[in-house]
Design a binder for this molecule. Structure first.
Ligand SMILES: CC(C)(COP(=O)(O)OP(=O)(O)OC[C@H]1O[C@@H](n2cnc3c(N)ncnc32)[C@H](O)[C@@H]1OP(=O)(O)O)[C@@H](O)C(=O)NCCC(=O)NCCSC(=O)/C=C/c1ccc(O)cc1
Length: 383
């Protein structure tokens, strides 16, 4: 008769969890219509503020599911005082898993194994308020098996990608043979409003947030000749900055998702992230020079990247992956860090980033800091 310890040993994977494949997707249309379609041309001061934020944002393009045609059919979305949450949730309930499915299909194709080999699904979105939720719809769109073990993370905001990847790491390392699909999918339609005096968060949101989905396959002990690890997931932690509950908030109201991002966020992160990084590397007994690492920092805004770069004395190329994702897509909340990992692996494949060890960080309401130490696996390949 086997002992419980022996059973546990057999249940656990031998090696560390690794990112085995990455896919991303965005809606087709770009967002450049805000003041025109919200009939707000008369808000000259807010228009100027949005221009100032856009100019300083480091963003050139963003994508949105809510295009002019859809908004034409739902003009009430511009007024946060109207009861539009149900209509927004209905729209998001269909579109969020569909966008996730486009990203996941690319990740599964790169992975090289059938979708039915996925054993666990971790889905993060702030757009849900329904059960069964987007994870089940995604499982059905992809043809995952009925025994797939699903977890949905809701309202984790921009740190949701980091949380989902950490959960995937734990699942993969504690269940021999597990293959975890992580999917993060966000559509800003849930929080789309016309400009309003005194609601500067809306202007900030329309300056920097965009729609996107990211998917990652995570597993330990890769199968030879089929699975090719990109990044090994070596160590992960979550930290909450004390007394910052009110700095980033999200709340579902009758008129949509009400969010607040305080102007203090970049400085609060600057004062707290280095401790998380030092603690992470000390826990695994590795001493790291910050410029010797590769970096996957959540680009929640240009100011955040500037603060991190300045604090750690990073060379200009070190945050290039985060800056490129910010420039091309904006802040897509929890999906963004997956885009950064995808960009990093492209840069590695082109020889533009050669560091062996790396740091991934995502930030969200709490203020929560998700930290993961990564190790670049040897067999990097282009998408
Ligand atoms: C690109 C920014 C916005 C501006 O650049 P800057 O170098 O700071 O420039 P300025 O200091 O001149 O600021 C330009 C204007 O932006 C204004 N601003 C500067 N942060 C702010 C501010 N949080 N509020 C509202 N005005 C501001 C600032 O007051 C100023 O207004 P004005 O004097 O009238 O020109 C920069 O501050 C920046 O990158 N901020 C980081 C934003 C940030 O904290 N992101 C992390 C959290 S993201 C997050 O939680 C997402 C939640 C989310 C929720 C819903 C969704 O659908 C999707 C996502």
């Amino acid at each position: 008769m086997a002992t419980v310890q022996q059973i546990r040993r057999v249940q656990r994977a031998d090696g560390p969890a690794a990112v085995l494949a990455i896919g991303t997707a965005n809606p087709a249309s770009c967002t450049d219509y805000y003041f025109r379609v919200t009939n707000s041309e008369h808000h000259a001061d807010l228009k100027d503020k949005l221009k100032r934020i856009c100019k300083k944002s480091g963003i050139e393009r963003r994508y949105a599911h809510l295009d002019e045609e859809l908004l034409g059919a739902h003009p009430d979305f511009t007024d946060r005082a109207l009861r539009t949450l149900d209509a927004r949730i209905d729209m998001a309930s269909a579109a969020v898993p569909e966008l996730a499915a486009s990203a996941a299909a690319k990740a599964i194709a790169e992975w090289g194994r059938p979708a039915a080999d996925v054993t666990h699904l971790v889905f993060s979105t702030y757009s849900g308020r329904k059960a069964p939720s987007a994870d089940l719809r995604l499982a059905s769109l992809l043809g995952l098996r009925p025994t797939v073990s699903r977890t949905i993370l809701s309202l984790n905001g921009c740190s949701g990608g980091g949380r989902a990847l950490q959960l995937a790491k734990e699942l993969a390392e504690n269940n021999r043979g597990a293959r975890v699909l992580v999917a993060c999918s966000e559509l800003t339609l849930i929080a789309f409003y016309g400009p309003q005096e005194g609601r500067l968060d809306t202007i900030l949101g329309h300056g920097i947030f965009g729609d996107g989905a990211g998917a990652v396959i995570v597993g330990a002990d890769p199968v030879d000749c089929i699975e090719r690890p990109l990044f090994e997931m070596v160590f992960a932690t979550q930290t909450t900055i004390p007394e910052t509950e009110d700095e980033i908030t999200m709340r579902l109201m009758k008129g949509g998702l009400d969010f607040h991002v305080s102007i203090r966020v970049p400085k609060l992160l600057k004062s707290n992230i280095e401790r998380c990084m030092i603690d992470a590397f000390e826990s695994i007994g590795i001493s790291a020079e910050w410029n010797d690492l590769f970096w996957a920092i959540h680009p929640g805004g240009r100011a955040i990247l500037d603060h991190v770069e300045q604090l750690l004395g990073l060379g200009v190329e070190k945050l290039a992956a985060s800056r490129r994702v910010l420039r091309e897509y904006g802040d897509m909340s929890d999906a963004t860090v997956i885009f950064v990992l995808n960009e990093l692996r492209r840069r590695r494949a082109r020889g533009e980033e050669v560091a062996e060890w790396g740091m991934m960080m995502a930030f969200g309401p709490g203020i929560t800091i998700e930290t993961m130490v990564l190790h670049a696996a040897g067999s990097l390949k282009e998408n």
